[in-house]
Ligand binder design. Structure first.
Ligand code: SAH
Length: 254
């Protein structure tokens, strides 16, 4: 099937990847260049926004922790209205639109309003960070499964299936978990993993501010605090973290 250029009146939900602009897909790069209007989140890097046409309109949709520039319902309707003005709309999201990105909700609204849409996958933070930090998500010697969860704190806790997460031979990736890191590590130990179980936290993976802090379930919270990490950060728990010292190749701070 030939890939069409961006069409007027269509919303493209595009994954911008984890940060490094070279990790955009070709489809994403093309649609970003062709868009009349871009609606973007705070996770989308300025280098990627710089790829747009000089006359393209940029609308910031927020999504920083506790600071949503636009409530989700307004945002969903904004996309509908822009499409109805026959614009070529790119809704740009960090990572992959269907991984903790509320992309499903936005597309449901477009569908309900009969607005044409396309979804372009992006490299999710877990895949980008794994590659650049040298922490494979699975490995025959260490992990036969990998789970992605959100560590967003609600009323000071996380409502997660701890028995399912605190298992050997599995890698657990936690998005949005920085503020809940002490609680998270505590629960993983309470549910059976040893205190010396490997764990890492990666700041702004794949970008010039990429930083990796490794430790164990018992040491990581303090190490992370000392390092004064800045969002976004990804937490990785499992024996694959041991490979970091051997396999990391991306070291912008050195
Ligand atoms: N749709 C995005 C995730 C959005 S949720 C994706 O697929 O990646 C936002 C969370 O993603 C952040 O709190 C952080 O945990 C993670 N994240 C996104 N980009 C990251 C990066 N470059 N480095 C580390 N974590 C990142």
């Amino acid at each position: 099937m030939p890939r069409l250029p961006a069409q007027p009146g269509t919303v493209y939900l595009v994954g911008a990847g984890p940060g490094d602009p070279e990790l955009l897909t070709q489809r994403a790069a093309r649609l970003i260049r062709e868009a009349d209007v871009l609606v973007y989140d705070n996770l989308v890097s300025p280098d990627i926004l710089a790829l747009t046409r000089t006359d393209a309109e940029h609308i910031y949709a927020g999504k920083e922790r506790g600071n949503h520039a636009l409530p989700q319902d307004d945002l969903n309707l904004l996309l509908v209205n822009l499409a109805r003005q026959s614009k070529r709309v790119v809704r740009l999201k960090g990572g992959d639109p269907y991984t903790f990105g509320r992309g499903g909700e936005e597309v449901e609204t477009l569908f309900a309003h009969q607005v044409a849409f396309e979804v372009v996958p992006g490299i999710t933070a877990a895949a980008g960070v794994a590659a650049y930090a040298g922490i494979p998500l699975t490995h025959r010697d260490y992990a036969q499964a990998c789970v992605f969860v959100t560590g967003h704190l609600k009323d000071g806790t996380m409502n997660l299936d701890w028995d399912g997460l605190a298992r050997p031979r599995q890698t657990v990736i936690i998005y949005m978990g920085l503020h809940g890191l002490p609680y998270l590590c505590e629960q993983m130990m309470k549910h059976g993993l040893p205190p010396d179980w490997p764990a890492a936290i990666v700041q702004q993976g794949t970008t010039p501010n990429h930083r990796v802090v490794t430790g164990t379930l018992s040491t990581l919270p303090q190490l992370a605090e000392q390092a004064q990490l800045k969002a976004p950060t990804l937490i990785m728990i499992g024996e694959v973290v041991k490979l970091h010292s051997k396999l990391a190749w991306f070291k912008p701070d050195q």
